[in-house]
Ligand binder design. Structure first.
Ligand code: ADP
Ligand code: MG
Length: 267
């Protein structure tokens, strides 16, 4: 169950949280995926991490979520290590997985309520009201009794976001929230991410290939290439940057999902 959403009851600290990544490296066997990465994500901002397929985006997100130990270096969430259970008690984190990770045998309603019920995050009445609120925000009121197999790709993504919202997260991590969606639905999801940030003051870290998403809603964008950061700055700074590697990266003709775009080197 824990694979879907990371959250243990948030303690007293309700404000948006900041994330510090310090000299973070992650190796798998002989492969160096993240290399001495430094990053500072400010409380309340939308921070978009872009990069070609295989550049280490999902690995970085899992590190921030505390799902995996670093090989060296550290992640800190308001000065706390995300892998420590104490941190999970202190802050509410939620991760929206790329494939949604919905339970196929459960209705939308039950998918949203399952985790908080099992972990007794709050009273049943409070869970009910959170579920209803999340369904409303994501315009899913008519889908409550549907099963995931009956939903479109865009609806599944919305359900995955709604489920994260039920946790009332202070830090919301999204892995490719607009992938495999048509442009209209991708724009809708993009808008939802911006709305959630504004209404709930949640710090949002969004891993994405989607240049439009990055340029429209990001406060800042990072470009991850071969496990290192090629760029960190505002969308405006990104648009104006003349570094050939970045200009190339932002060229819409280049398919960032093409595995040949990037080859990781051995350590
Ligand atoms: N648990 C793992 N074990 C071994 N290799 C992994 C693991 N997770 C990711 N990798 C490798 O790390 C690299 C980066 O993966 P990932 O972060 O998923 O890329 P992306 O930027 O597309 O999200 C890939 O080469 C992938 O095969
Ligand atoms: Mg990925």
């Amino acid at each position: 169950m824990k694979k879907n959403i990371i959250h243990e009851r948030s303690g007293g600290e309700k404000n948006p949280v900041g994330v510090e990544v310090a000299r973070l490296s992650k190796n798998f066997g002989g492969q160096s995926v993240l290399r001495d990465l430094n990053l500072s994500i400010k409380p309340g901002e939308i921070f978009v991490i872009m990069g070609p397929s295989g550049s280490g985006k999902s690995v970085l997100l899992r590190q921030i979520a505390g799902l995996d130990l670093p090989t060296s270096g550290a992640v800190r969430i308001n000065n706390h290590d995300p892998v420590e259970p104490d941190t999970r008690d202190r802050f509410a984190l939620a991760l929206v997985f790329q494939a949604g990770a919905l339970f196929n045998s459960l209705t939308v309603d039950d998918n949203l309520a399952l985790y908080p019920l099992e972990h007794r995050l709050c009273s049943r009445k409070e869970i009910r009201s959170r579920v209803e609120r999340a369904l409303k925000i994501l315009s899913l009121e008519n889908a409550t009794k549907k099963f995931p197999s009956e939903l479109s790709g865009g609806m599944k993504k919305r359900v995955a976001i709604a489920r994260a919202l039920v946790m009332e997260p202070q830090l919301l991590l999204y892995d490719e929230p607009t992938s495999e969606l048509d442009p209209v639905m991708a724009a809708t999801i993009t808008e939802i991410i911006a709305t959630l940030k504004n209404e709930f003051r949640v710090t949002s870290v969004v891993v994405s290939h989607d240049r439009d998403l990055a340029l429209t809603i990001a406060d800042r964008v990072a470009i991850l290439m071969k496990g290192q950061l090629l760029f960190v700055g505002t969308p405006e700074e990104l648009k104006q940057n003349r570094d050939p590697a970045i200009v190339d990266f932002m060229n819409p003709q280049i398919d960032l999902k093409n595995p040949r775009y990037l080859k990781l080197e051995a350590t």
